[in-house]
Design a protein around this ligand. Structure first.
Ligand code: ZN
Length: 499
């Protein structure tokens, strides 16, 4: 495996962002410049050893909150100490405690959705026409309310759009098209899609039904989503606030369900606009679909969830900057340490351990190698290296750190995130998600140019990669950031599997 390529990207990006005097253009630190000789061989061995240890069956897929993850966290802390990083966690340790709520569907089958006031109430079958997710709101949740359709729930004064205009959703269930309109650029579209629930919650909605448009169906079919949900005994997580309540940005939303094409057709049957017309409009460039209260329709969503409090950790090490003034600023290099654990594989003859060598042991190993290079020759700014927990649960560990860092929040000036630096392809280009809209772009460009790498645009905007890894947690807190992964259609496809 051409492991040195992943290393070069991580180290170079970090050098550029940390204000290394010799990057770009000049002679970089020996560790990077000498890649090709003894140093590269050493780097390859270290990267291979780290990936092999982290992805070993004994780690059982490193799901947050499991002994396999905890062992991996101890291993990374040990490696940080060996490299000579200072502890950057709580109380002089490498660990930042991240208290979590784990919640999942109750084992007796999960939630139900009943719809009344439609011509065919019998058309709603769990696992066929609809799915209901576990709720962090409470262990037993029932919402039984009127249903209001609000298009994409897209609100942007800059674009002159408010899909909620004239609608009263207070105390009601909102039916929404998935994601955001097509005319938005890749990052905006991903961001608006990601914050749909926030806007519904702000307006008082208590439940959400997400519909499936043909556009969404092309990204991933409803059948395969249902199949995947049935196969995985998936556990969701949120971090816990000091008072013990689960943190969420959409606190009013108690229950959420999603519906396939058939369910949506039954829901809108006989209404002022039927589903065929709505879904055709949703697929248009503007996606400007007028909302309306569904005449006489109410829905009852009932969910039994199992709640459990668990503890996990972000693992944090620091290289102090050499500039007396700039060392108070931190460039944060992140990679998630967790993967999805043990679950039923959809492949025949496969075992049930999702080892996560690519996703994201490769990112952790690359980050540690970048730390080794930078520790030997510190840049002007300080660099913080974080192996994050619970990325696979919705960017939870990074959200916890970004909102409450172990250094002053203003001191965090940039984030570079490594998620699946794919090392099985020739390293020719870099896709820096979000860099174009950050002040880091010129540094990213210069670093790429210095290595003869092309900067490529997001090849699959419909996959919403911008909001699907930990850099997005820093974006939400207003930090400059960039996620660099080497990419290829295969890499992108792999990413869709594990998000
Ligand atoms: Zn990942």
């Amino acid at each position: 495996m051409a492991l040195k390529t992943g290393l070069a990207s991580a180290a170079l990006m970090a050098l550029a962002a940390a204000g290394c005097a010799s990057a770009p253009g000049g002679a970089g630190p020996a560790g990077v410049e000498a890649a090709g000789g003894e140093t590269a061989r050493g780097a390859r061995q270290r990267l291979r050893a780290d990936v092999a240890w982290l992805a070993d069956d004994a780690r059982e897929g490193r799901e947050a909150g499991t002994p396999g993850f905890d062992a991996a966290a101890e291993y990374v802390a040990g490696r940080m100490a060996e490299i000579g990083l200072s502890p950057g966690g709580d109380n002089g340790t490498y660990m930042q405690d991240v208290p979590l709520l784990a919640y999942s569907q109750d084992s007796n089958g999960g939630g139900t959705l009943e719809v009344r006031g439609v011509p065919e109430p019998g058309a709603f079958t769990r696992g066929e026409s609809y799915m209901v997710g576990a709720s962090s709101f409470g262990e037993n949740v029932v919402v039984d309310e009127e249903v209001v359709f609000a298009g994409f729930g897209f609100v942007s004064p800059a674009h002159g759009r408010d899909d909620y205009a004239g609608l009263d959703v207070d105390g009601k269930i909102v039916a929404l098209l998935p994601g955001a309109p097509k005319f938005l650029n890749s990052e905006e579209r991903a961001h608006y899609g990601n914050t749909q629930r926030d806007r519904a919650s702000e307006r008082g909605a208590v439940g959400i039904i997400t519909l499936t448009t043909p556009d969404r169906e092309r990204v991933r079919s409803w059948e395969s989503r249902v199949e995947q949900a049935a196969a995985s005994r998936s556990v969701s997580m949120r971090w816990l606030e000091d008072g013990g309540q689960a943190f969420t940005t959409y606190g009013n939303i108690q229950a959420a369900a999603s519906m396939g094409d058939e369910g949506a057709a039954a829901l809108f049957a006989g209404q002022e606009m039927e589903w065929a017309e709505i879904s055709a409009l949703a697929d248009s460039e503007q996606g400007d679909v007028p909302g309306f209260a569904l005449d006489g329709v109410t829905a009852r969503i009932a969910i039994e969830s199992r709640h459990q409090r668990i503890d996990s950790h972000n693992v944090i090490g620091v290289v102090e900057g050499r500039d007396p003034e700039l060392k108070g600023e931190y460039v944060v290099l992140t990679a998630h340490l967790d993967h999805v654990g043990v679950r039923q594989s959809v492949l025949e003859d496969d075992d049930q351990i999702f080892n996560g060598a690519m996703d994201n042991a490769s990112g952790i190993a690359s980050m540690l190698e970048a730390a080794r290079v930078l520790a030997a020759d510190p840049p002007r700014r300080s660099v913080m290296f974080i192996a994050l927990t619970a990325e696979e649960k919705g960017l939870i560990g990074s959200d916890y750190f970004a909102r409450d860092p172990t250094v002053a929040k203003e001191a965090v000036v940039a984030n570079i995130n490594l998620d699946m630096p794919i090392v099985t392809y020739e390293f020719t280009d870099l896709i820096a998600f979000g860099a174009e809209r950050s002040t880091m772009f010129s540094a990213v460009e210069a670093a790429a140019n210095a290595r003869g790498l092309a900067l490529s645009p997001d090849p699959q905007p419909e996959q919403n990669f911008f909001t699907r890894s930990d850099h997005y947690s820093f974006v939400k807190q207003g930090c400059r950031r960039s996620s660099c992964g080497r990419d290829s259609p295969m890499a992108a496809r792999r990413r869709t599997r594990s998000g």
